[in-house]
Design a protein around this ligand. Structure first.
Ligand SMILES: Nc1ncnc2c1ncn2[C@@H]1O[C@H](COP(=O)(O)OP(=O)(O)OP(=O)(O)O)[C@@H](O)[C@H]1O
Ligand SMILES: [Mg+2]
Length: 256
């Protein structure tokens, strides 16, 4: 079982769309996948068809109230893709985690170690901050996938998350590796987008995925309808790009 955190403290860069559609791509390639929605916004839960206002069990029950993690897992419309949903009732999470545990960054890691079903991949969708939730994800993860929107100030954000990743590697999780940087919302006709993509590849050639995720309306439409784009419009440019990403992620493991 490989745990991949999808993280970037910048908002709206494509973390959630990537989590949902990478999960769907891996499922199509015959892998069993669990998505953990660690964002109080609950966007990946909704994007996988769960109405978070109607559910009574979520990741925070497992993290804070010691509810058995296996009882929080839900099925989705794809056979081998399961979900642990999120919820908005989170106001005191930080202090609750601090009170609950001597190792406040290891709570998710401990919970994940109790999952009984043997998933090939666990994808953790992080909120847009480097707070305690994201640190829990990085501590629990084998690797981190960083979506980078091909836009202004992308590089500044990257410097910050790289510092956080190396801190986590030093203090909490020596085995954490970088799965890859993923260029998102790429528009070949935008000069700025092309420049940002070149910059990222120039700096992180080895660890940038070959595939670029294009800006593609099918991706946002599918998410709004609560299904992965790979089910909604399987041959759209966005779907095909995420299928390619799934192949690259599987190939990363073959290389090791
Ligand atoms: N490749 C894409 N093509 C078109 N729209 C996209 C693409 N990727 C993301 N979007 C849209 O951009 C917005 C932000 O995407 P998403 O929710 O995945 O980002 P996020 O990083 O998870 O955001 P947050 O930081 O709020 O959690 C959404 O409205 C989504 O539908
Ligand atoms: Mg999100």
């Amino acid at each position: 079982m490989k745990v991949i955190a999808i993280a970037n403290q910048k908002g709206g860069v494509g973390k959630t769309i990537t989590t949902i559609n990478l999960a769907a791509g891996l499922e199509i390639m015959h892998k069993s996948v669990l998505v953990i929605d660690l964002d109080p916004q609950g966007n990946s839960s909704r994007g996988l068809g769960v109405d978070i206002s109607l559910i009574n069990r979520n990741i925070f029950d497992a993290l804070i109230l010691d509810v058995d993690i296996n009882k929080v897992i839900r099925h989705t419309s794809m056979k081998n893709l399961d979900l642990i949903p999120s919820n908005l009732k989170l106001s005191n999470l930080e202090s609750e985690i601090n009170q609950k545990s001597l190792n406040p960054f290891s709570v998710l890691k401990n919970v994940v170690s109790n999952i009984k079903k043997q998933y090939d991949y666990v994808l953790v969708d992080c909120p847009p901050s480097l707070g305690i939730l994201c640190l829990n994800a990085l501590t629990a993860a084998d690797s981190v996938l960083v979506p980078v929107q091909c836009e202004y100030f992308a590089m500044e954000g990257l410097a910050q998350i790289l510092v956080t990743i190396s801190k986590v590697q030093d203090d909490y999780n020596k085995k954490l590796s970088i799965e890859g940087f993923l260029l998102t919302m790429f528009e070949p006709r935008s000069r700025l987008g092309v420049e940002v993509a070149e910059q990222v590849r120039g700096l992180f050639r080895e660890s940038t995925f070959n595939v670029e995720i294009p800006r593609n309306i099918s991706l946002s439409e599918a998410t709004a309808r609560g299904i992965p784009a790979l089910l909604y419009r399987p041959t759209s440019a966005g779907s095909l790009a995420y299928l390619q990403l799934a192949k690259e992620v599987i190939d990363n493991d073959r290389r090791i």
